[in-house]
Write a protein that binds this ligand. Structure first.
Ligand code: ADP
Ligand code: GLC
Length: 509
């Protein structure tokens, strides 16, 4: 199949979180599976060596109003798939991937249209357009409207929700910018709170929907995790499935990881102790092989629940019962709170604010436990990486965390981590207590759990096979929607269906 991916971030060129990893690893796995894959993403100002990337198209005219154009570059070397970068410095030349919120709507609209126009200009017409998150969620709307009669108009579309919280609420001028017809700018469709909700548009218009774990697929159909779009999710539930992310073993594998002080595997974990000692040394923590070391690598936003972990961690660190190695950035009050914790307990807590891929690898390897107290977590990659590194995850039972970590109770034969229920400090304090009990009272079980966690496999090839089935179904549905005798049938994801979206659902959204 020919598959076009549209994504705002693509590792290793650009990454702010798991989406960059997931888009790249999925594209690679699909290409290895024999599909013809192109990925279109912005040429962000932060991409190293961006001016030296070979030119794919000196000029691409993009059908926005007023008319605009960009250059398209491509990645040098072989990645299995073609990585194509939209170069438009006024939009994407900054160092931040998501950048100035004031122009975010236009930037995102431009990216979606440019990705589709590039296919038309190259005469490379995909069977499926796979969109990742809100920034490119208007591509299915374009396929159902202004591009419907063009050669790409029959392409099926798949929208993956990596995070329902970020929806892209922007002004109605976006409709004019993209030349969208009036019928899509209604409360039953793209309109939301007087503006346009990009993700809502994608949810109505994509042929099929996916999200990144089965549990999150269920959670977002309810108000607690639906962020106002749960009525729309319920409306499209028959076309939604949860497909777990994976681990790219070329990047995250302790047996081959060049970032580590020592390498190790499930059959010989001895190198892990050297990684812990090296991490303690590098971060100025007391060099104690016996004290449990908790690792955290995360965006410090509300989603991740690290505000709730501050006091429970402080109590244990003050008592000298555990150490903390935290890397992250985000909310400045939370950054300051963790920095204050580190300066109050220099040998017990180390906090690095910023983005550092090398240190992220070294924390995954050097820590004993990895803490993810998320309020919600669509999939989560870090708990998968920590299991691959024999570092036991301590997670809240939500989303992909619930689907990938098996909870410990003494003697539990399948346990791979510690799982707690509630998003509050008491539950996190309990979970830290469980980690200490496991470490001190059940050390043999702990070692067995490490090896078991390392042997758990989350290959991207498995996810890619599921996506391939999803694409085949999307193509079938799209063909059905285009069949001459079916034009009035309310096929999900077709233009006819999107006109019939329930007004009540959309009003709530
Ligand atoms: P999310 O996408 O919600 O941030 P995930 O667990 O899916 O959560 O993925 C996070 C990814 O981003 C992981 O690869 C993690 O190592 C990386 N990451 C997050 N914060 C940092 C940071 N400060 N420095 C380096 N890598 C980071
Ligand atoms: C989002 C989610 C995270 C997921 C990642 C990749 O950023 O917050 O849970 O793992 O996307 O799908």
């Amino acid at each position: 199949m020919r598959v076009l991916h549209l994504t705002p971030e693509l590792a290793p060129w650009s990454k702010s979180g798991g989406l960059g990893d997931a888009a790249a690893a999925l594209a690679k796995a699909l290409a290895l599976g024999g599909h013809d894959v192109r990925v279109v993403t912005p040429l962000h100002g932060s991409i190293p060596g961006r001016e030296a990337l070979p030119c794919h198209r000196e000029r691409l005219d993009v059908g926005v109003r007023p008319a605009d154009a960009c250059r398209v570059r491509r990645a040098a070397g072989s990645h299995g798939f073609a990585a194509l970068f939209i170069e438009h410095d006024a939009f994407f030349g900054g160092r931040e991937i998501y950048g100035d919120p004031g122009s975010a709507g236009r930037r995102a609209a431009f990216l979606a249209r440019a990705g589709l126009d590039l296919c038309l200009a190259d005469g490379w017409i995909p069977d499926v357009v796979h969109c990742h998150d809100w920034t490119v969620a208007l591509a299915p709307v374009l396929l159902n409207t202004v591009l419907r009669e063009s050669p790409i108009g029959a392409a099926a579309s798949v929208l993956t929700i990596h995070n329902l919280q970020h929806q892209g609420l922007h002004g109605k001028d976006i409709a004019a910018y993209l030349g969208l017809p009036e019928w899509v700018v209604t409360p039953d469709n793209l309109e939301c709170l007087g503006g346009i909700n990009f993700l809502k548009g994608g949810l109505y218009h994509a042929t099929r929907l996916t999200t990144v774990s089965p549990t999150y697929a269920r959670e977002i159909a309810g108000p607690a995790h639906g962020f106002g779009l749960d009525p729309v999710i319920r409306h499209r539930q028959a076309d939604l499935e949860g497909i777990l992310n994976g681990v790219d073993a070329d990047d995250w594998n302790p047996a081959r990881d060049a970032h580590l002080a020592a390498r190790y595997s499930a059959s010989d974990l001895s190198g892990k102790a050297s990684c812990k000692a090296a991490l303690q040394g590098e971060l100025g923590l007391e060099r104690d092989p016996g004290i449990p070391l908790i690792g955290v690598v995360a965006r410090l936003w509300e989603q991740k629940g690290l505000d709730l972990a501050l006091e429970p961690l402080r109590t244990r660190i003050r008592a000298g019962q555990l150490q903390l190695a935290l890397l992250g950035s985000g909310d400045s009050a939370l950054e300051q709170a963790y920095l204050a914790l580190a300066s109050a307990h220099p040998g017990g807590a180390a906090v690095r604010i910023g983005y550092d891929n090398r240190l992220a690898h070294r924390i995954e390897a050097g820590a004993d436990f990895f803490l993810m107290p998320s309020r919600f977590e669509p999939c989560g990659l870090n708990q998968l990486y920590s299991m691959a590194y024999g570092t036991l995850p301590i997670v809240r039972r939500t989303g992909g965390l619930a689907d990938t970590v098996d909870p410990w109770t003494p003697g539990a034969p399948d346990a791979t981590g510690i799982v707690f229920e509630h998003a509050d400090s008491a539950a996190i304090a309990w979970a830290l207590g469980q980690a200490l009990e496991l470490r001190h009272r059940h050390p043999r079980e702990l070692e067995a759990m490490r090896a078991r966690a390392m042997r758990r496999e989350f290959p991207w090839s498995r996810a890619a096979d599921r996506y391939a089935l999803c694409y085949a179904e999307a193509v079938r549905q799209r063909r059905g929607a285009f069949a001459p005798d079916k034009t009035d049938a309310p096929t999900p994801g077709s233009p006819t269906n999107t006109r019939k979206a329930p007004a009540k659902a959309a009003r709530k959204a």
